[in-house]
Ligand binder design. Sequence first.
Ligand SMILES: C[S@@+](CC[C@H](N)C(=O)[O-])C[C@H]1O[C@@H](n2cnc3c(N)ncnc32)[C@H](O)[C@@H]1O
Length: 217
Amino acid sequence: MASTATSRMAQAFDELSGDYDDAHHDAVAAELTRWLDPSAGRAVADAACGTGAVALAVAGRWKGSGAASPVLAVDLSAGMVAAGRARAERAGLAGAVDWRVGPAVPLPVRAGALDLVLCASSLHFLGRAALADWLRALRPGGRVGFSLPVASTFRPRGVFAELVAADLPLPETAEDAVRLTEAAGFTAVAARTFQVGTRAVLLVRAETPGGEGGRAG
Ligand SMILES: C[S@@+](CC[C@H](N)C(=O)[O-])C[C@H]1O[C@@H](n2cnc3c(N)ncnc32)[C@H](O)[C@@H]1O
């Protein structure tokens, strides 16, 4: 992403951070996390974490398990990350998340370092390059779980409409989402619709090629 677009993205979400719809996003993140069911202590990243909906859902599930490694949570917006840190403090999860302010593409990890990448409500901003980076960052047989808006009901407003990635056509159906994910190079792809109140989103889970059939993450 060019630097002007990066700073516009960070500024837009900084300005939104005090008034972010945590209820909707927490519901999506909780369902994605429940579906992927990450094993305690695995190397998990929350890509474009915002206020930490996914990272906090994972850390909450791991609480009391003695999991050694914190969830890596990366976002461009310092305001969103600050709100996430405050939420973690309130939830007693302060040490359970490794917060980073910066680009999520590429994720700040070496190749093959991760067992699981989760990305809720953000891939449509990150664009196609994120899918390629997750193939790099995950180990063979690693897993990914993400959500995307449904094409026909997605109506971003104002600056957010301009910030949506142009290179990732949004899916309309679960079948479209499977095709998009397989075309990016993932295997064992499953997708389904998840309804939050009046809003539907698509949830996708998949694996990187080369696993031995056992579960990584
Ligand atoms: C709609 S919010 C979703 C946040 C969070 N995942 C959730 O479920 O609530 C989209 C987030 O993507 C972040 N973002 C967009 N492009 C990014 C990039 N290239 N690198 C890191 N974060 C990015 C924004 O700052 C924002 O916090």
